[in-house]
Design a protein around this ligand. Structure first.
Ligand SMILES: NC(=O)CCC(=O)C(=O)O
Length: 271
């Protein structure tokens, strides 16, 4: 299967509406690939905390309207990155959307680990509490493949990814808005999640600078052996890779580390 990661620049001189139109046009250009992935909170910016409330939208709001039409026109599966969701009870969530080639919303994922410690996203948004996978059906000569969903700061929590692996995930998709100053962690953690779960990692970051935070760019695709198949530079870029989902099963068969897990170990003896 072919996948494209759209590493979108998020800069303050462009409105969210203008970026939605621009991103929809980029999605339309991806006709011919199977899966397109967008970054975290690209309409508003992952660090633009002051704009979260004003730019919050329902799941099927303006971002969904713009990109679902583009997914349908291009006939691609679209992981549309995430939006600031305003839920029915008024709470905000960092919510990812997965859209079918027919333009239908098939799955949402509310980010489980909120970034900022006692500030920013961690105080402005509510946390999701459910693991989410989505199976893309077989198409043409390609087999079906199961995506496991995570968002940005989630990358630091290996137990979430192990849960997705246990639920059948073969491609771990991680939209992000990651700061340049911690880029070394980004590439290291993306490779670690791929190696320890013997799965592909598709990690799609933003470029540009917003709210004074320079974004890392350097989106990357890692194979189940931990090899980086492709890595973007710092600016806006489309990264397209060829993946073979069967590699996940063959890697797990030939080097069956996951079989050697020891669950239910006794806790340390008390004093
Ligand atoms: N948007 C985020 O979740 C940022 C995460 C981050 O900066 C980090 O984990 O470091």
């Amino acid at each position: 299967m072919r996948a494209s990661l759209l590493q979108i620049a998020v800069d303050p001189d462009e409105s969210a509406d203008s970026r939605r139109r621009r991103v929809a046009a980029l999605v339309r250009e991806r006709r011919g690939v199977d899966l397109v992935v967008l970054p975290e909170l690209w309409p508003v910016g992952a660090f633009a905390y002051e704009s979260f409330a004003a730019e919050a939208e329902p799941v099927q709001g303006p971002t969904f309207a713009a990109v679902s039409a583009a997914a349908r026109d291009a006939a691609v599966w679209l992981h549309a990155g995430s939006v600031v969701e305003r839920a029915a009870d008024g709470r905000l969530y960092n919510t990812s959307l997965v859209i079918s080639p027919a333009g239908e919303l098939v799955r949402t994922y509310r980010k489980i680990h909120r970034f900022g410690f006692d500030k920013g996203e961690a105080t402005l948004m509510a946390a999701g509490d459910a693991l989410v996978t989505v199976e893309l059906p077989a198409s043409g000569a390609g087999p079906s493949v199961t995506l496991g969903l995570a968002t940005c700061y989630d990358l630091r929590f290996p137990e979430l990814f192990r849960g997705l692996t246990d639920a059948g995930a073969e491609l771990l998709v991680v939209p992000a808005g990651w700061p340049e100053r911690r880029r070394a962690h980004w590439t290291l953690l993306a490779r670690a999640r791929a190696v320890e779960n013997q799965a592909y990692v598709l990690a799609c970051a933003t470029a540009g600078t917003h709210a004074g935070v320079e974004q890392s760019g350097h989106s990357l695709v890692v194979d189940p052996w931990g090899e980086v198949l492709a890595e973007a530079g710092p600016g806006e870029e489309v990264l397209t890779v060829e993946l073979d989902p069967a590699t996940v099963a063959t890697t797990r068969e030939r080097f069956p580390v996951l079989r050697d897990r020891r669950l239910g170990l006794a806790p340390p003896a008390g004093l």
